[in-house]
Design a binder for this molecule. Structure first.
Ligand code: ZN
Length: 236
């Protein structure tokens, strides 16, 4: 009874006539669905936002995944009300997390919260790419970034989503070449992780770096990320 759960709100949807339902990732209890009773009534005391961490009071039972919220206290907000581009970029990271629900592991909560906490206009593409590289490893679809996937040649000229990594000039086929700078940064981000973030934090990643890695993820996981399409249309 009255268990405290610390969790990040990933999405909010209408539920039944007057309620809404939050999809959250919790600090130590995986993904949960939390119902806000009477959320759509004007008199409600419960207002929740995506991109915020709350301490929720629920009656936790091990075999359930949907709960009614008795109370919720705001702990930390990563919501952007002034920067629409950054807000919409953060939504890509939330959608990536929701769609990775089946692969939940303890580190996921820590990694998404660290990313959202530290992200700003300067490092957004670096941190977003780092989060995608973490997911690529989690899915077991991380690219081969040491040599050409087909022949092992160290002199590579592009990244192939179809072959799962670098290709050399000889095996380039229909793909377009990439500059050495993008190839190097792609290799670096796929070797890095959140524990050694300090080593790469000053490397500049731009929207193209992010596009290369998220396109690789989308192609190899077969997961559609709607918020990414939306972001590209508006800010790409
Ligand atoms: Zn080759």
């Amino acid at each position: 009874m009255n268990d405290k759960i610390k969790a990040l709100v990933l999405s909010i949807n209408d539920y039944r006539e007057n309620d809404s339902i939050l999809q959250v990732i919790s600090e130590d209890k995986s993904f949960l669905s939390l119902v806000v009773r009477g959320a759509k009534k004007l008199t409600t005391k419960h207002h929740f936002n995506t991109l915020c961490i709350y301490e929720f009071i629920i009656d936790y039972k091990d075999n359930k995944t949907i709960y009614t919220i008795h109370n919720g206290k705001l702990i930390e907000s990563f919501y952007e009300d002034k920067d629409l581009a950054l807000l919409s970029y953060k939504n890509i990271l939330l959608e990536l997390t929701i769609k990775s629900k089946e692969l939940y592991e303890f580190e996921m909560y820590k990694n998404i919260c660290c990313t959202l906490r530290d992200i700003n206009r300067q490092n957004m593409y670096l941190l977003g790419s780092l989060y995608v590289s973490y997911l690529l490893r989690l899915y077991g679809i991380n690219p081969n970034v040491d040599s050409c996937v087909i022949c092992g040649n160290k002199k590579v000229v592009t990244i192939s989503n179809r072959y799962g990594g670098f290709l050399c000039q000889e095996h380039l086929n229909q793909e377009t070449t990439l500059s050495i700078d993008y190839l190097k940064k792609f290799r670096l981000i796929n070797k890095a992780n959140f524990n050694n973030y300090d080593l790469i934090k000053d490397v500049e990643y731009d929207i193209k770096d992010f596009s290369i890695i998220i396109d690789f993820f989308i192609n190899n996981s077969d997961i559609n990320i709607k918020s990414y399409k939306f972001y590209k249309e508006l800010f790409g």
